[in-house]
Design a binder for this molecule. Structure first.
Ligand SMILES: *Cc1c(COP(=O)(O)O)cnc(C)c1O
Length: 243
C-alpha cells in the first residue's frame, strides 16, 4: 500500500521528482532521437506504486501525463484525490479484482492470460465499454514470472483478439534482471522483433501500436530498441522502502 509518509518525507520525494524530471525527459528525448524517432513518440509513464497521492499530483502539476499503478487496491485508495492524468494498470491483475478496475483506467498493460482477458471483456461489456490492453510477454521465459510465453504468444493474441470488449493495443514486458547492459539489450531486441512480427500478422481487432518496456535502470536501452512506453519509478521518486 501507499506508505504513510510524514510531511518531511513527502517534501523529500517531491524534491527528488523536481531534481530528476527534467533530466529524465531529456534522456528520453535523446534516446528517441538515437532510435530515429521524435521525443513525442515516447510515453514517459511514472510507476507510482507506494508514492503518496500528494507527490503524484505534484508531478502531474509539473507536467507528468501518464501514471501506472501496480495494485488495484492502492490505485483505488488514491483515485478520488488524483488530478486528471492518463492512468494505466501495470501490475499483475487477479481475475477476481477485474471488476474493481475496469472502467477506471485507460489501459491495462499486464494482461497475461486468456482467462484474465475474458474477465476484462466480460466486465467491460457490463459497463458498455471496450478496454484497451497490452499483452504481457514473459520474454525471459522465467518460471514464477507472469506474462505469456513467447512460444504461445501468437495463438494467445489471436484468441484474445476475438473477445468483443477488449482491444489489444500492443505488448509489454519486464525482462529478467541482468547485470550487463548487453544482456538486457538482447531481451529488448527480442521483444521488438516479436512486436514487429505480431504487427505483420495483422490480427483482426488488434493493433500493435505500443511496446511498453524499460524501467529506471534501462529505459534508454529500451527506447533505443523500440519501446514507446517506458515505466519509470525509482528515478522519478526515489527509492521505495518496500514494493
Ligand atoms: C515498479 C515498476 C516499474 C518501475 O520500476 P523502477 O525500477 O522503480 O523504475 C515498472 N514497471 C512495473 C511493472 C513496475 O512494477
Amino acid at each position: 500500500m501507499t506508505e504513510k509518509l510524514s510531511t518531511e518525507e513527502i517534501a523529500e520525494k517531491t524534491k527528488i521528482f523536481d531534481e530528476n524530471f527534467k533530466d529524465i525527459k531529456e534522456r528520453v528525448a535523446a534516446a528517441a532521437e538515437r532510435s530515429g524517432r521524435s521525443p513525442q513518440d515516447i510515453i514517459l509513464l511514472a510507476a507510482t506504486k507506494t508514492v503518496p497521492v500528494e507527490v503524484v499530483n505534484h508531478a502531474i502539476e509539473k507536467g507528468l501525463f501518464y501514471i501506472g499503478e501496480n495494485r488495484v487496491q492502492e490505485f483505488l485508495s488514491k483515485e478520488a484525490a488524483l488530478l486528471p492524468v492518463h492512468r494505466h494498470l501495470i501490475g499483475h491483475l487477479q481475475t477476481n479484482k477485474v471488476r474493481d478496475i475496469v472502467g477506471r483506467v485507460e489501459m491495462i498493460e499486464s494482461v497475461d492470460s486468456l482467462k484474465l482477458a475474458r474477465e476484462i471483456s466480460k466486465q467491460s461489456e457490463k459497463l458498455g465499454i471496450t478496454t484497451d490492453i497490452l499483452i504481457e510477454v514473459n520474454i525471459g521465459s522465467e518460471e514464477n514470472k507472469s506474462g505469456v510465453a513467447p512460444e504461445i504468444l501468437e495463438e494467445t493474441v489471436e484468441e484474445i483478439a476475438k473477445l468483443p470488449f477488449v482491444k489489444i493495443r500492443g505488448l509489454m514486458a519486464i525482462p529478467p534482471i541482468c547485470s550487463e547492459n548487453a544482456q538486457i539489450r538482447k531481451y529488448f531486441k527480442k521483444m521488438q522483433q516479436i512486436f514487429v512480427d505480431m504487427r505483420g500478422k495483422n490480427i483482426d481487432n488488434s493493433s500493435m501500436e505500443y511496446l511498453s518496456m524499460g524501467m529506471s535502470h534501462d529505459f534508454e536501452i529500451a527506447i533505443e530498441e523500440g519501446a514507446n512506453i517506458v515505466r519509470v519509478g525509482t528515478l522519478l521518486f526515489g527509492k521505495r522502502n518496500y514494493t
